[in-house]
Design a protein around this ligand. Sequence first.
Ligand SMILES: C[S@@+](CC[C@H](N)C(=O)[O-])C[C@H]1O[C@@H](n2cnc3c(N)ncnc32)[C@H](O)[C@@H]1O
Length: 214
Amino acid sequence: MNEELYDYVLAHANPPTDEISERLAATTVERFGELASMNIGIDQGRFLAMLVAITGARTIVEVGTFTGMSALWMARALPDDGQLICFDITDRYLATAREAWAAAGVDDRIDVRIGPAGEGLATLPGDLRIDMAFVDADKTGYAGYLDQLLPRMSERGVIAVDNVLWSGGVVEASDESEATVALRAFNDMVASRAGVEAVMLPVGDGVTLIRRTG
Ligand SMILES: C[S@@+](CC[C@H](N)C(=O)[O-])C[C@H]1O[C@@H](n2cnc3c(N)ncnc32)[C@H](O)[C@@H]1O
């Protein structure tokens, strides 16, 4: 999608602007420079918020939080008694995230656990049922996160996995970077895995929605 078309997409969401996420995006650039490209875009934020609303999710897990952009969008769409459990390996970006979450009045719905997400997911109570998960961390860990999340998903739960197109790298044979190879293998595994249904969407850098069928 070119810039003109992307702007058109943004302008035709309802509402077309969002002050808190726009401020968070600007603050992330000021504080963390080019790392800011790790934030999901406003189109993807709206998509995640819509997903929370239409699935009626009450318990969400996020793997990879950074300055809290995706968490902001999902938390705002939760009901008042909903919860979002976020995993990130570092607390370096957390103060920035918390400022935005507080401005949106959703800070108290978000429980952040610092450390490797694989270890954190393993500590979740066995009876916790997850209605929605968003996976957006180290690409080599994706397959493991899916294995950990799937058995915990509620009957109609959905897992959204980010960056599955990796800026097109997944179809560029010359791209043999570790992340690209891991994402290709992950995408192939999902497409052939029994007991799940999956659809890959060209939203943002590519999002695959996965739900358990068996
Ligand atoms: C792409 S950023 C997340 C962006 C965020 N979802 C957003 O929209 O603003 C990836 C995050 O994953 C975290 N991360 C990397 N490896 C991790 C791991 N093994 N466990 C947990 N978090 C990890 C990084 O610290 C980083 O904050």
